[in-house]
Design a protein around this ligand. Structure first.
Ligand SMILES: C[S@@+](CC[C@H](N)C(=O)[O-])C[C@H]1O[C@@H](n2cnc3c(N)ncnc32)[C@H](O)[C@@H]1O
Length: 292
């Protein structure tokens, strides 16, 4: 099957309107955080952030399939010595739009430099918020299993009677485990903490994703020939990874230089570049390219 990559130049508030209803399996994106990186690609103030984002999340809700997932990478900064609450307000606003806030993954940045602040420690993690349209969604958990680890060799060698049945925690937490379930297993399901290094220096963008980040979510929530969207494409990491993983993709970017870099990257592959407007039989100045 032919893979399709649609690249749009423009503001995603407008460009998303061109994406059909219920056509996307996974959205992975990192919008500009409030008031950050103003010098490179604008920046929305903390007080206006929710108001700015909600029309975008409304469009994302429309284009996402009922079985699809939206992963939003975001992290509130410190304003006047206090963490800003705009991300929490955004979550509440999106729930009112109909989104389920299914999960919060933590991206632990493994390669964070140490630092010294008078009233806090260095930020070494970011939020990866998972939203869904429905409580039932596609999830391919086996695709992200991890090695069980060396601990299992000794621990599982001699099982006690307690290990062979479900053992509920004595502290009343409601957690329980049956250790014997792990015997003979080489892999287990991961936690909701994703350990990845940042990867900024090898790309022409100041906030590029490490490739493993979209890759992990693409494996977890999609299959080959599904469609992945990044409405804040930047250097195109999500799109590039989706393409490599044989997923269709849609990318939107407002800064022409970033957009052009991604477009050229695709035109250099074995795919050929085709203006989607030509395919439609009429020339539009949408800036929308289709790489087939
Ligand atoms: C945090 S960066 C995303 C980086 C991306 N994940 C990557 O791996 O390169 C956010 C991007 O969103 C773009 N952007 C900002 N406002 C936008 C808008 N309204 N519509 C589309 N893109 C926008 C910025 O130019 C920037 O490249």
């Amino acid at each position: 099957m032919k893979l399709i990559t649609d690249l749009y130049l423009g503001d995603c508030r407008n460009e998303l309107k061109k994406v059909p209803d219920n056509s996307i399996d996974l959205i992975v994106t990192s919008p500009p955080y409030a008031d950050q990186r103003k010098s490179t690609y604008g920046g929305v103030s903390v007080s206006e952030y929710v108001q700015w984002f909600l029309p975008i999340s409304k469009e994302l809700f429309r284009v996402l399939k009922p079985t699809g997932t939206f992963i939003l990478n975001i992290k509130e900064k410190v304003v006047d010595g206090e963490r800003s609450t705009y991300v929490m307000e955004l979550i509440l606003g999106m729930r009112k739009q109909g989104w389920f806030w299914t999960e919060e993954f933590i991206w632990h940045k493994k390669n964070c430099y140490p630092g010294k602040w008078s009233n806090r420690f260095r930020d070494a993690w970011e939020r990866l918020l998972q939203f869904n349209k429905d409580k039932k969604f596609n999830m391919y958990q086996d695709a992200v299993k991890v090695p069980i680890g060396d601990w299992a060799k000794n621990r599982l060698k001699n099982l006690s009677e307690t290990d062979k049945k479900r053992d509920n925690a004595k502290n009343g937490s409601g957690f329980g485990k049956n250790i014997s379930n792990w015997v003979g297993k080489d892999t287990v399901y991961p936690t909701n903490v994703v350990y990845l290094s940042t990867e900024c220096n090898n790309k022409n963008h100041s906030a590029a994703f490490p490739r493993e980040l979209p890759e992990w979510f693409i494996r977890l929530f999609t299959q080959e020939n599904d469609t992945v969207l990044d409405p804040f494409m930047g250097s195109g990491t999500t799109i590039e990874v989706a393409n490599r993983m044989k997923r269709n993709s849609v990318g939107i970017e407002i800064v022409p230089e970033y957009y052009e870099t991604v477009r050229q990257q695709f035109s250099l592959t074995e795919y050929y570049l085709m203006d989607s407007a030509i395919e439609d039989g009429e020339l539009e100045s949408t800036g929308c390219y289709r790489v087939c």
